[in-house]
Design a protein around this ligand. Structure first.
Ligand code: NDP
Length: 252
């Protein structure tokens, strides 16, 4: 697999996402929170999806206090939400918005770091549900709204262990391989039939709760804060990446 980088010294213009509506999953914390704040700062109306409402409200307040476009909050547990909820969500957003310009699929569960031999099915199931199945359900039910946009972008969040398998990364690594597969299949289906582009993005080691849980012995400040990798998230979401689809990117 060829891994691409965004142009060196890419500087997004301030109004890059002006007038766009963008859905960010896992928007309450870590990289998703940072992406939501940056998308709003660059002009987007951001739909904040996550499971902890209080965290989403805090991001909402930050966007409002910074003078950004009014965001929306979608409190939803991707591990347990039935398909009917995705259907009704897509229907109600369709009544409010004429189109959806982008989705950042970012929410994920780390699950257990243990050998496959002793992996617990319940954890395996939850990781697959959040990291893979929710991406499919959201994408499928939101495609009609994405098709209405002049040039929509779908970003799927990958990982280094989703490109080369590594012992003890279990369901998480397998889910990220599935994410790369989903990206390739969807991009190929949409390439000549729509203006929707689909790419994967590996943030690489970033100082968040997930990274600290995966590497408890590591000095957390040795990894960049989410804000540092935002140029890649902006590049792939905005029109500067028009025409790029089916590609795997590293954020740095
Ligand atoms: P965090 O754990 O900090 O944030 C994950 C976000 O996903 C949280 O907001 C969390 O909500 C949300 N989430 C988790 N489960 C659910 C659920 N069931 N329903 C709805 N939302 C949920 O992780 P990161 O910011 O580090 O990770 C973001 C993405 O980047 C993930 O896809 C991850 O796999 C990937 N990644 C991260 C790396 C890193 O070094 N940080 C490296 C490689 C990839 P809540 O706040 O309520 O828990």
């Amino acid at each position: 697999m060829q891994i691409l980088s965004i142009p060196i010294d890419y500087k997004p213009r301030t109004n890059l996402l002006s007038g766009k509506t963008i859905l960010v999953t896992g928007a309450g914390d870590g990289i998703g929170r940072s992406a939501a704040l940056n998308y709003a700062k660059h002009g987007a109306s951001v739909l904040l999806l996550g499971r902890t409402e209080k965290k989403l409200e805090a991001v909402y307040d930050e966007i409002e206090n910074a003078g950004g476009p009014k965001p929306g909050i979608i409190a939803m547990d991707l591990a347990t939400a039935p398909e009917t909820l995705y259907v009704s969500l897509a229907a109600s957003l369709g009544e409010e918005f004429s189109c959806l310009d982008g989705i950042l699929h970012n929410a994920a569960l780390l699950g257990d770091r243990r050998p496959i031999e002793s992996a617990r099915y319940t954890t395996w199931h939850d990781v697959m549900q959040v990291n893979v199945n929710a991406q499919f359900l959201l994408t499928q039910h939101f495609l009609p709204l994405l098709h209405q946009a002049p040039a929509a972008s779908i970003i799927l969040t990958s990982s280094t262990v989703g490109r080369v398998g590594k012992a003890y990364w279990g369901a998480y690594a397998v889910s990220k391989f599935a994410t790369e597969g989903f990206m390739q299949v969807l991009a190929s289906e949409l390439e000549n039939t729509s203006k929707i582009r689909v790419n994967s993005l590996n943030p690489r080691a970033t100082n968040t709760a997930m990274r600290r849980a995966a590497y408890p012995g590591e000095n957390p400040t040795g990894n960049p804060a989410p804000q540092k990798i935002m140029p890649a998230y902006l590049f792939l979401m905005g029109d500067d990446s028009a025409g790029i689809t089916g590609k795997a990117f590293d954020a740095r």
